[in-house]
Design a protein around this ligand. Structure first.
Ligand code: G4P
Length: 312
C-alpha cells in the first residue's frame, strides 16, 4: 500500500542530526522488532553511516523469536554494527546498552573521553519508554500518537557514558509500498495518512500466509492453513466483523469497525508474536522499490531549463 505521508520539518531534523553526529561515538538505532527493515529510516543511515551502530530491536516481546534471530544475524553481519533484542520489561537496560557501545568504541571511555551515544528511532518504536526507564522517572512523554518525543535529552548511562536523544522527530521514510502497510499497522504513522480498511486487508493477506495458525486461533474461521492461505482477505474481514458484532443497520458488516479491530488486535499483540517481514523479504521489496523508483525517474520529462534573465 502506498501511503500519503509528507512530514514537515525533516530538513531541520536532518541538519540537527548531521550537526549532533559530529560529536558522537556510537549511534543506537531503535527499530520495531516486528518490522525492523521498514522501521529503519534510510536518512539516518545516510547521516550516520560512518559511525559504529547498535541496532536495538525493541518490542521483542511482541515479535516472532525465530525471525528476531534472523534479523539479529542480518545486522551482526554488517561491518561496525552490533544488534540486541530489547523490550520494556527490562528494568535496567543500561548495562547491556553500555557494554555493546563500549565494544563498538573501545577507544572511548573514562572521564577525559566519555563515550557519547546518540539514540534515534522513528516515532512509536519505544524511544521514550526506554529513555524513561533509563532515567528512572517519567521524563519523556509516551503516547500512542506518532511523534511525541521532541525535546533533546541527555542521560548518563554510566559515569563515563552519555546518551543523547535525537534532536527533532525522525519520521519514517516510506521507500516501498509494503513498508507503508507495515508502518501503518504498527502505529508508526499518523492516522490521517492511511485508510484502515486497506491496511487491515493487506495485513490479513500477509498473516494468512505467514501466520495462519495464529490467525485461526484468534478468529476461529474454521479453516486449515492451506484453506486460509487461499481465502480472500475481504471474506476474512467480513467474518471477523460478524463475529465481533461490528454491524450496521440491516445486519451488514461495518468494515471500518472490523478493520479497526484487526489493527488493534495486531498492535496490542492479541494475535500472538508476529514479525511482518524477514531480511530476504525486505531486501526483495527494497530492490523492487528502488527499481520502480529508477524507472519513474527515467520516465519523468526533463524539467524545462530556466530561462536566462532578461536584460533591462
Ligand atoms: P516513541 O517515544 O518511540 O514514540 O515510543 P513510546 O515510548 O511512546 O512507545 C510507543 C508505545 O510502545 C507505547 O505504548 C509503549 O508503552 C509501547 N512500548 C514501548 N516499548 C515497548 C516494548 O518493549 N514492548 C511493548 N510490548 N510495548 C512497548 P502505548 O500503548 O502507545 O502507550 P502506553 O500507554 O503503553 O504508555
Amino acid at each position: 500500500m502506498s501511503i500519503q505521508w509528507f512530514p514537515g520539518h525533516m530538513h531541520l531534523t536532518r541538519k540537527a542530526i548531521a550537526e549532533r553526529v559530529k560529536a558522537i561515538d556510537v549511534v543506537i538505532e531503535m527499530l520495531d522488532a516486528r518490522l525492523p527493515g521498514s522501521s529503519a529510516n534510510p536518512l539516518l543511515a545516510e547521516l550516520t553511516g560512518h559511525k559504529p551502530t547498535l541496532k536495538v530491536l525493541n518490542k521483542q516481546d511482541m515479535a516472532d523469536p525465530a525471525r528476531t534471530e534472523q534479523w539479529l544475524a542480518h545486522y551482526r553481519a554488517q561491518p561496525g554494527t552490533r544488534a540486541i533484542p530489547l523490550d520494556a520489561s527490562h528494568t535496567s537496560p543500561a548495562r547491556a546498552l553500555v557494554a555493546e557501545c563500549r565494544e563498538l568504541a573501545p577507544l572511548r571511555g573514562g572521564m577525559v573521553k566519555p563515550l557519547r551515544v546518540l539514540i534515534c528511532g522513528i516515532p512509536n518504536v519505544g524511544k521514550s519508554t526506554l529513555i524513561n526507564t533509563l532515567m528512572g522517572k517519567r521524563a519523556a512523554k509516551t503516547g500512542d500518537e506518532a511523534g511525541v518525543t521532541r525535546n533533546e535529552q541527555r542521560v548518563a548511562l554510566a559515569d563515563d557514558c552519555y546518551l543523547f536523544d535525537t534532536p527533532g522527530v525522525l519520521w519514517p521514510r516510506i521507500v516501498v509500498p509494503e513498508s507503508g502497510t507495515l508502518l501503518a499497522a504498527s502505529g508508526a504513522v499518523g492516522r490521517n495518512a492511511y485508510d484502515d480498511e486497506t491496511v487491515a486487508l493487506d495485513l490479513l493477506d500477509l498473516l494468512k500466509v505467514d501466520y495462519p495458525a495464529l490467525l485461526e486461533e484468534r478468529y476461529r474461521f474454521g479453516l486449515d492453513p492451506a484453506a486460509l492461505a487461499q481465502a480472500h482477505a475481504d471474506a476474512l474481514m467480513e467474518s471477523i466483523g460478524r463475529q465481533r458484532g461490528a454491524l450496521v443497520a440491516g445486519g451488514k458488516v461495518n468494515l471500518t469497525k472490523a478493520a479497526e479491530l484487526v489493527i488493534a488486535d495486531f498492535r496490542q499483540g492479541h494475535m500472538g508474536r508476529i514479525t511482518l517481514e524477514t531480511p530476504p523479504q525486505f531486501l526483495r521489496w527494497l530492490a523492487a522499490g528502488e527499481a520502480a523508483d529508477a524507472e519513474r525517474q527515467k520516465q519523468r520529462p526533463d524539467r524545462p531549463k530556466a530561462r536566462p534573465a532578461r536584460r533591462r
